[in-house]
Design a protein around this ligand. Structure first.
Ligand SMILES: Cc1cc2nc3c(=O)[nH]c(=O)nc-3n(C[C@H](O)[C@H](O)[C@H](O)COP(=O)(O)O)c2cc1C
Length: 308
């Protein structure tokens, strides 16, 4: 009997939908036992979020500052054969609960020298978060062998509206009756067991290096040129603005509210204004900087970290 561990966090259940779909072949295989570890912060994050709560978690999320977690429900000495981590990017970084778990002694014990597959569900911007994930996994000496993304398939500006309705209003169906439903699509979920089969077969034949190329061939990663450029801007600026807010006070403090509020206006406005410009640039980039652009796409399609 082989043992797989699934570490996950979810606010509204999208991560669990993705997990169930990918893990179907493992669940149906009697040679595998799967333990699920839901990461629970001591003080749970709100859903739906108020505007202030949502933007106030930005600095600590970007800085990777951990929150307190409930004790984990498994024995960290259990020798798992394979680990899945399902998480969401928050502000181009790893969401706080999973990032907090990755910094615990238990994570080190559970993940060291273990093959890990990450399963991301998000709006559409996951590249920066996964870079941070690669670093965290290196820190605990885990071996990242695969990554799968579940994204909202709408155009960037449409999903900007629907994600805000989703997180701030809790709207799970079509916002205002006209916008498309936010989140992971049924088509992607229907296809996902094939990803699980790829992982299972590669694991059984001890050919872990085959996992990512085979996942990619089936379209497991969503990498969009315009978002690659846009995330690059965000990742350069976010730490600066996170510092600017943190200087005024810690999470929830009255003193930093004005700066948080400004960020809450600046961020959606910047996405709104930059999105069309960056989309044009991204159409030109493959022509003007063909090699660099395709190198970047190839980089984000694999699991090692860029040499600094
Ligand atoms: C605080 C916060 C920040 C977010 N930042 C991002 C982001 O940087 N990129 C992205 O694609 N989605 C982002 N999202 C959208 C989440 O990925 C989305 O809420 C997730 O798909 C919901 O998953 P769940 O149902 O498993 O909780 C953010 C959501 C929250 C709550």
């Amino acid at each position: 009997m082989k043992k797989a561990l699934v570490v996950y966090f979810s606010q509204t259940g999208q991560a669990k939908l993705a997990l169930d779909a990918v893990l179907k072949p493992f669940e149906e295989n009697k040679d595998y036992h799967i333990d699920y570890l839901l990461i629970k912060p001591k003080k749970s994050f709100p859903y739906p979020w108020s505007y202030m709560e949502f933007f106030d978690v930005f600095p600590e999320t970007v800085h990777g500052i951990p929150c307190e977690l409930e004790p984990i429900t498994i024995d960290p000495a259990t020798p798992y054969d394979l680990v899945f981590i399902a998480y969401q990017p928050w502000f181009l970084s790893i969401c706080v609960p999973i990032n907090s778990f990755l910094q615990t002694a238990a994570a080190k014990q559970l993940l060291a020298h273990k093959p890990v597959v990450t399963i991301i569900n998000c709006r559409n911007m996951w590249l920066g978060a996964q870079e941070k994930m690669k670093q965290r996994l290196l820190d605990v000496k885990a071996n990242l062998v695969g990554n799968i993304t579940f994204v909202d398939r709408s155009a960037n500006l449409i999903s900007l509206v629907t994600v805000l309705a989703f997180v701030l209003k809790g709207t799970k169906e079509k916002f205002m009756g006209i916008f498309p439903k936010y989140g992971v699509t049924d088509q992607d979920l229907a296809k996902a067991p094939q990803f699980g089969t790829i992982i299972l077969k590669a694991f059984e034949s001890n050919q872990l290096q085959r996992i990512q190329p085979e996942l990619n061939a089936l379209g497991a990663l969503d990498i969009r040129g315009n978002l690659l450029l846009m995330e690059g801007r965000g990742r350069a600026l976010f730490p600066l603005y996170a510092n600017y807010i943190s200087k005024k006070g810690s999470q929830g403090s009255e003193q930093r509210r004005t700066r948080v509020r400004i960020f809450g206006i600046v961020l959606p406005t910047a996405i709104l204004l930059l999105s069309p410009i960056i989309t044009i640039l991204s159409r030109l980039a493959p022509v003007l900087a063909k090699r660099k652009f395709s190198k970047e796409i190839a980089y984000y399609s694999q699991n090692s970290l860029r040499e600094q």
